[in-house]
Design a protein around this ligand. Structure first.
Ligand code: TYC
Length: 133
């Protein structure tokens, strides 16, 4: 008999179709060769993927205007938000500027760091996993 593991697909139940075509007049129930896997709770080990923080670091040399420009260019912030975040980093040393799945967080951080280097500024960002519950 065919086996199905609903949770391997992240589902709580699954119904497999009958293995052979239904003959005309044959009953439309699950005694006809279709397989019903009974409902059960989803596997609690199936968690959403972890998220990652992009952290911007302060330094003494990158101009404030350049940091605001970077936040608007790569994180689509409006001027007021970008300026507020820049000043938060400037006064506290660092701040979380965005949270994304891992690949996107790493790409954004690399874009910021490469762009700063191209412009000869020491501005740096880093990626850190968010705390899991
Ligand atoms: N501290 C910098 C200055 O006074 C400005 C700055 C802000 C630099 C935020 C980096 O992530 C940064 N020019």
């Amino acid at each position: 008999m065919r086996q199905a593991n609903a949770n391997q697909y992240g589902l709580s139940s699954v119904v497999l179709p009958r293995a052979r075509p239904r003959a005309s007049g044959e009953a439309d129930d699950d005694t006809d060769g279709s397989i019903v896997v009974k409902e059960r709770p989803a596997d609690p080990q199936v968690k959403p993927p972890p998220m990652y923080k992009v952290i911007l670091l302060n330094d003494d040399y990158t101009p404030q205007e350049f940091v605001v420009h970077v936040l608007m260019k790569f994180f689509y912030m409006d001027f007021d938000k970008a300026e507020r975040l820049m000043l938060l980093v400037h006064t506290t040393g660092s701040a979380v500027i965005a949270i994304y799945p891992r690949d996107i967080a790493e790409t954004k951080s690399e874009q910021v760091n490469h762009y700063a280097q191209e412009n000869n500024y020491p501005l740096k960002s880093a990626v850190e996993q968010t705390d899991e519950d």
